[in-house]
Design a protein around this ligand. Structure first.
Ligand SMILES: [Zn+2]
Length: 76
C-alpha cells in the first residue's frame, strides 16, 4: 500500500510514500474536514491512496491568478 500525491490541476505526480503504517497525522490529514477528505483523498484501482494536492508549479500559477482556483479543473 502506498500514498501517492498527485496534482489536482495538471495531474503530475508530486510524491509518493511507500509505507503502510504511516498515520493520518503524519500525512496531515487531521487538518482536513470530512468533506475535504472525500474530495482530496481517494483510492486507485489497486487500493493505494491517492491524495490530490497542488504542485509547486500550479500553486504559483494560482497565486498569480487567484480566480483560477475558483474555476478548478473542468474535468473534475
Ligand atoms: Zn500541477
Amino acid at each position: 500500500m502506498s500514498y501517492r500525491y498527485v496534482c489536482r490541476c495538471c495531474g503530475m505526480k508530486v510524491g509518493e510514500i511507500q509505507q503502510s503504517n504511516v498515520s493520518e497525522w503524519q500525512l496531515g490529514f487531521q487538518f482536513l474536514t470530512q468533506q475535504e477528505r472525500q474530495h482530496i483523498i481517494s483510492k486507485d484501482e489497486i487500493g493505494n491512496t491517492v491524495v490530490r494536492v497542488v504542485c509547486d508549479y500550479c500553486k504559483e500559477a494560482l497565486d498569480q491568478n487567484p480566480d483560477l482556483s475558483v474555476v478548478g479543473n473542468p474535468l473534475q
